[in-house]
Design a binder for this molecule. Structure first.
Ligand SMILES: Cc1cc2nc3c(=O)[nH]c(=O)nc-3n(C[C@H](O)[C@H](O)[C@H](O)COP(=O)(O)OP(=O)(O)OC[C@H]3O[C@@H](n4cnc5c(N)ncnc54)[C@H](O)[C@@H]3O)c2cc1C
Length: 416
């Protein structure tokens, strides 16, 4: 791992950074690896890092069809929280949040975690009941959670419109003070650098086109840069997990949808927390650059095109202005979309697939950025021992046949 002293920082600054070495090698594919990970997003890179660091498995390749981190990792609205309803979810998201809290030190790379507090607004009696139930459930799981009434919401976020005249008046909110945002690119870069330093090959512009199996066991992959054999193949290809799993004959209960976000022109600091509303459907925070970062709901149709429909953005803007009339004269700068893969119970699928040596970490839908460290951690363990980590076990594919679903539609109701 590289450490930068004051002298070397000065040297780099004075030489225009010309001698600043690359953060990770441009690795060439080798013929064989112990583990091949398909997908160089935050999850795939975190998995590689923890395989090397926690389990001593360094003969690992991360295969990414484009440059790393330009999938959902670089397209999300960066909201981090752990206040999910069910025990199984609360445990894995809280495990992740705790890893976030020391990630910059762990990776020696500033991921700019900002624990500024996340509000989930309630606009109806049903919202209040759901929110209060979740606060109580969270506390029983040792997660910081508070219930605020409308006045409490205004005190926490003074620019929010809590007028009873609003179409969906704000009646209260859940608050997780340890929730917040982080810099998404830095998460991919930090894990990439740290994994590379431990010998992992990060191979960009290398698309997996087929998964090879023999007698029900995985033997390797075909790629646009040639065939690679492997003892274990791990899929972490958000948005395209069902396409990749189908290469091994596995059908997943996932649907892929576009999910859009946009940013405003930069303005002076005005919003110092994260606000989410499922009823009017918008979630917003302010970036360090000053832009308001806003997310919408998923487009209803299935698609693999990384673009969405205009009407979704239009209603997202209407929702924003209803909650924050102060933003009515802001100009929007740019919008984009990612493809998220959503499971029927709005929970991820982590574990072994019905082909020997083949594993999946996917189905995180609209909310997997916050899970990046935790998912990488439990997935690495699952691959290393060929047995699900205890935090991952409830999220196996088998739950769709056993019926042990983990319905997080309420906690994930607003995409995030
Ligand atoms: C607009 C938007 C807003 C969001 N907001 C939030 C939020 O605020 N908070 C939150 O927690 N989550 C949020 N999410 C969800 C979150 O971004 C994802 O759940 C998470 O980033 C998934 O991480 P990943 O590493 O698995 O995926 P990705 O970063 O998408 O990585 C998967 C990689 O697999 C690669 N790949 C696919 N097929 C192949 C192949 N055949 N061969 C090789 N490589 C392949 C892709 O190119 C991609 O880079 C949001 C998502 C979007 C789109």
């Amino acid at each position: 791992m590289q450490h930068y002293s004051f002298v070397s920082l000065l040297q780099h600054a004075l030489t225009g950074h010309r001698f600043w070495g690359p953060a990770w090698r441009k690795a060439e594919p080798r013929q064989h690896y112990e583990v091949v990970i398909i997908g160089g997003g935050g999850h795939g890179l975190a998995t590689a890092y923890y395989l090397a660091k926690e389990h001593g498995i360094r003969n690992v390749a991360v295969l990414e069809k484009g440059p790393i981190g330009l999938g959902n990792t670089g397209r999300n609205t960066t909201i981090i929280r752990s206040n999910y309803l069910w025990d199984e979810s609360a445990r894995i998201y809280e495990h992740s949040l705790r890893l976030w809290e020391r990630l910059s030190i762990e990776l020696n790379f500033n991921v700019m975690l900002s624990q500024r507090g996340v509000l989930n607004l309630a606009h109806s009696q049903a919202d209040i009941r759901e929110g209060q139930r979740r606060v109580n459930a969270n506390r029983l799981n040792g997660i910081d959670a508070e219930w605020l009434d409308a006045e409490g919401v205004r005190d926490f976020c003074p620019i929010l419109n809590i007028s009873p005249q609003a179409r969906y008046p704000v009646l209260g909110a859940t608050l997780q003070r340890r929730g917040g945002v982080a810099r998404h690119d830095a998460v991919a870069w930090g894990y990439a650098r740290a994994a590379d330093a431990r010998g992992v090959d990060i191979i960009e512009n290398c698309e997996v086109t087929a998964i090879r199996t023999a007698a029900g066991v995985v033997t390797g992959v075909e790629t646009t840069r040639g065939p690679i054999t492997a003892e274990k193949v791990a899929i972490s290809a958000a948005g395209h997990n069902s396409v990749v799993a189908a290469m091994a004959g596995v059908r997943l209960p996932l649907q892929s949808h576009p999910l859009q976000a946009l940013v405003s022109e930069p303005v002076k600091p005005v919003l110092d927390c994260v606000v989410m509303s499922g009823a009017v459907h918008v979630y917003v925070s302010q970036s360090d650059k000053g832009e308001l970062v806003m997310g919408a709901g998923i487009d209803a149709y299935n698609s693999y095109a990384q673009r969405g429909s205009f009407h979704v953005i239009e209603s997202q803007m209407a929702a924003l202005l209803e909650l924050f009339p102060i933003f009515s004269r802001l100009r929007m700068l740019r919008s984009w979309a990612g493809i998220v893969d959503v499971a029927p119970d709005a929970s991820p699928i982590i574990g072994k697939l019905p082909v020997g040596g083949l594993y999946l970490n996917g189905g995180w839908g609209t909310g997997g950025f916050k899970a990046t460290p935790g998912a990488g951690w439990v997935f690495a363990h699952t691959i290393a021992y060929d047995t699900p980590h205890h935090l991952a076990a409830p999220f196996s594919l088998e739950r769709f046949t056993s019926g042990a679903l983990i319905d997080e539609h309420a906690a994930a109701a607003v995409s995030h």
